[in-house]
Design a protein around this ligand. Structure first.
Ligand code: B1M
Length: 219
């Protein structure tokens, strides 16, 4: 199972880690292929190289060692690395379980974590409709009603956009939509989920699957 935590992070000498850290979007595909050829597993590369590297980039951005161009280059390298590994992780689409609508909330364009959540849920057989990033509450709820979604999953990475999650919860109640709302993303917490009336919170992509399983079992 993809754990998506940085518990067993590789040492900084790891070429995949370095490729994200240095924003090497040109060569990351080849570097990931080399890691696979050496016998590393796709999920292990994501957990112990890609995620720790992008988190380190975030720290450098915060302390102003890195600026926006480096942040963008690293994000692109990360995305290319994940795109290279995705076909090796995705499960068959047959025997799909319930529908989950995913989106990054309005005003927020961070989608790497949300894409990992989509990948995990698909791996576990859920039908995932990913609406993308910077998506309005109205659009999310309209899609959930149209598709009969059991779950709406929201991601937000910024303190300035997390309140847009409450807009979605409010819109769900207003429209009498039956979907349950779960939230995640680095800035969010269980207490924030409780505060805005969301049905669940998860801190990483793996526990998002457990949470969805649990919410649907208890319906
Ligand atoms: Co931006 N950014 N960024 N950024 N960026 C952060 C979030 C920031 C913390 C960096 C910092 O200052 N240290 C900061 C936000 C500060 C704050 O509000 N607290 C920030 C900022 C300020 C900005 C800009 C405003 C910069 C600027 O323009 N001056 C701008 C925002 C534009 C906008 O959104 N309107 C911006 C832009 C960008 C890039 C485009 C360059 C790029 C994003 C590319 C992309 O996503 N396609 C980017 C990146 C890469 C980051 C950091 C470095 C890394 C984010 C990431 O992908 N992490 C980030 C610093 C950080 O978080 N360490 C930062 C890896 C990812 C796997 O983790 O998304 O948390 P995460 O997802 C996890 C869990 O949280 C969870 O599962 C995932 C996997 O385990 N999870 C869920 C996520 N969603 C979930 C949903 C669920 C369940 C679990 O249920 C539905």
């Amino acid at each position: 199972m993809l754990v998506t935590s940085a518990k067993a992070a590789k040492k900084p000498g790891d070429p995949v880690y370095q490729a994200v850290l240095k924003g090497n979007r040109e060569k990351i595909g080849v570097i990931v292929d080399q890691a696979l050829a050496e016998g590393r597993q796709p999920k292990e590369i994501i957990e112990t190289s890609l995620i720790p590297a992008i988190n380190q980039v975030g720290k450098y951005f915060e302390d102003q060692t890195y600026f926006l161009p480096q942040l963008i280059a690293s994000a692109e390298a990360m995305e290319k690395g994940i795109a290279r590994l995705t076909p090796l992780l995705s499960a068959d689409a047959k025997d799909q379980k319930a529908t989950v609508i995913l989106a990054t909330v309005e005003g927020d364009i961070h989608d790497i974590g949300k894409n990992l959540v989509a990948l995990m849920l698909r791996n576990y057989g859920y039908r995932v409709l990913d609406l993308g990033k910077d998506v309005s509450a109205e659009k999310i709820v309209a899609a959930a009603v149209k598709e009969g979604a059991a779950i709406i999953g929201l991601s937000a990475l910024m303190t300035t956009t997390m309140m847009r999650m409450k807009d979605v919860v409010d819109c769900v109640r207003e429209k009498g939509c039956s979907s349950k709302v779960i939230i995640g993303g680095a800035v969010t917490t269980q207490s924030f989920a409780d505060e805005i009336g969301a049905d669940g919170y998860s801190g990483d992509a793996a526990s998002a699957v457990t949470l969805v399983d649990h919410l649907l079992e208890n319906q």
